[in-house]
Design a protein around this ligand. Structure first.
Ligand code: SF4
Length: 371
């Protein structure tokens, strides 16, 4: 078991940038408070971030993840202007609802080598939460965008939200994503966070069975990189090698999220745009007045971050799943418990504990028979 209190790294491996707060959809589980408002990121914010990122990208692979709102709702010309300040070696990713993707966007992605991840929750009936502002299903528009990516031979990842993880669902989901042609798939069990207050408490046995079934489906045709399985395999390999201590980085990746106005929220993008009488607006500074590198160097001066590190330390000393999980996300603690120095959340039960248990259930059910 890994030992020693974790701090926060001063150099991240990626930053999340919010080119606009606006989203053209209105999904029922969305956590974003400002998705109806079009507040675009000024180019000066991108220039300020690029000044720190460019030095980091000279020594290691570095990514900028453009996440909104709906990042494509910023418009191509504005998006191009925001990309301009970054050095050629920086990798750009976009997390999109796919509804605005057309041939022109595909050419834009290809020319700039932007990696694309689309949000889609499986076959049509499973996308009932993904709707337009007029409460119409978005599925047809999502699929048109994905068809454009395929026409242009652009590889893509998929992110799928599961509201009710239960047996009988995972096989259909996995078959759908195989037919969709994505390279990478991440499954997010719906989270209670931000403006989404729907419960995420589910019976343990159902969630375990969901993950076990997903693993069975993946093993039949493992041609998609399934994010959750890869987490598990990395952890299991390290345990077997006796290097489990090295799976978790000694310092937490700060994951700076740069909001449209340049304010920086660390560790959990979902906290951006919220405030609390105890914690203020959760931000650790603004890149328009302070270099991002300086904000990161002083991260622990942000009061809620100290409280979160106390919670992570409590996880390390109390939770048998810590070596796999690492303490999960700050936003889930805050939105479920109203504070950061707590440990278990329904999010970590669904997405860490039951995942690990479900994979082990699968392994027990598929042990070779003794001869
Ligand atoms: S599974 Fe939950 S309680 Fe355990 S380390 Fe992760 S966040 Fe903490």
């Amino acid at each position: 078991m890994w030992s020693g209190m974790r701090g926060i790294a001063t150099v991240p491996t990626y930053v999340v940038m919010q080119p606009t707060t606006l989203c053209n959809l209105d999904c029922s589980y969305c956590y974003l408070p400002l998705r109806r408002v079009d507040q675009k990121m000024p180019v000066a914010v991108a220039e300020a971030v690029a000044a720190s990122v460019d030095s980091w990208s000279r020594t290691a692979r570095f990514s900028v993840v453009w996440h909104g709102g709906e990042p494509l709702a910023a418009g191509r010309d504005h998006f191009a202007a925001l990309l301009e300040p970054f050095a050629a070696g920086v990798e750009h990713h976009v997390q999109t609802n796919a509804t605005l993707i057309d041939d022109a966007w595909c050419e834009f992605f290809t020319e700039r080598q932007i990696r694309v991840s689309v949000s889609i929750d499986g076959p049509e009936p499973r996308n009932a939460d993904r709707v337009t502002r007029g409460d119409k299903p978005a599925y047809g528009r999502i699929m048109r965008g994905i068809e454009a990516l395929r026409r242009h031979n652009i590889p893509f990842s998929a992110l799928c939200v599961v509201g009710q993880p239960a047996p009988g669902l995972a096989t259909d989901l996995y078959e759908f994503f195989l037919s969709l042609g994505c390279d990478v798939l991440g499954i997010n069990v719906e989270e209670l966070e931000g403006v989404n207050t729907r419960t995420n408490s589910h019976p343990a046995g159902q969630v375990r069975a969901f993950w076990a079934e997903l693993l069975t489906a993946w093993r039949r045709n493992p041609s998609i990189h399934l994010r959750e399985v890869e987490w598990f395999l990395r952890y299991a390999a390290a345990v077997l090698d006796g290097t489990a201590d090295e799976v978790l980085p000694r310092r937490l990746d700060p994951i700076p999220t740069i909001a449209h106005d340049g304010s920086v929220v660390l560790l959990s993008p979902e906290l951006a745009g919220f405030s609390d009488p105890r914690y203020g607006d959760f931000s650790s500074g603004n890149v328009l007045t302070t270099p991002l590198a300086t904000i990161l160097a002083e991260a622990t001066a942000t009061p809620w971050i100290q409280e979160f590190l106390t919670g992570v330390e409590a996880c390390r000393t109390q939770c048998p799943y810590f070596g796999f999980c690492g303490g999960a996300h700050a936003a889930n603690r805050y939105f479920e418990h109203g504070r950061f120095d707590v440990t278990t959340t329904d999010h970590c039960r669904n997405s860490k504990i039951r995942l690990l248990e479900g994979v082990l259930d699968h392994a027990r059910d598929h042990q070779p028979t003794a001869v």
